[in-house]
Ligand binder design. Sequence first.
Ligand code: R5P
Length: 301
Amino acid sequence: MKNHIIFSFPGNTQLTVALANKLEIEIGSVEFRYFPDEESYIRINSDVQNKVVIIVCGLEHPNNKILSLMFISQTMKELGASKICLISPYLPYMRQDKRFNPGEAITAILFAKYLSGWIDYLITIDPHLHRITNLSDIYSAASTSVLHAAPKIAEWVNNNVDSPLIIGPDEESLQWVTTVADITNAPYAIVKKHRYEDRKVEISVPEINERSRTPVLIDDIISTGSSMSAVIQALISNGFKNPVCVGIHALFNDETYNNLLLAGAEKIVTCNTISHTSNKIDITDIIVEEIKRLQLCQNKK
Ligand code: R5P
């Protein structure tokens, strides 16, 4: 007997179906709608009793989703689910990881505390771990899995870019830049960045003498595009080829996408952790491997 089931939060069907097919799990049915006064109505139509429930809910733009996610997970627990596993390929609220100015909320910690109360397992891809180095330092869920997209990015670079030069747009990017550079056997450089405001960054590019190579900028998040844009412009004005921009999480809108192309990006490529037309790097398999490793989908005798 199967003792596991997977559910898709609205907007997550593609990844849910891919995972369900690869893991041969039943996709559960849940009804979501809003009452006329905009309160949420949720009804779980599949049996979850004594089952491990996997909920696929990418939490980008989280504020509109988080309450419904709490209603679903808590209702599933009430209905007898044995464990709740949340797959959120992008984990939000990781960047405000300290009080930069007096009085600010440290939302990374508050959000983690809130979410940890409803789930047993959390699986995510490259959360923005900077001053907080381990997700389990702030998430008290029984199990937190941090998966890495860098090997998949390296595979894409190997197959698509001749003679790459890997560049990180800030010091935090060193972790994925070095992995990709290692696998692709390419040189790398890290740019220094100072952010003054949400859309205002200043960068300084170190001395690099690899102008015949194609720069591949790699960052975990592309949001306003300010970081990528500043590096693109600096490289081009220093005689480098138009860079290829790779982001793990495509948090940007179409305007930012077009602005990066206008700034001189050769192309913009992202992982499918957040659905976007730039998704070219598939991370489904690394989530499948983790679900298998955690033995979440064992059949009952
Ligand atoms: C922050 O340090 C991250 O690693 C990214 O560099 C940042 O979130 C990118 O944001 P934006 O596209 O708004 O410059």
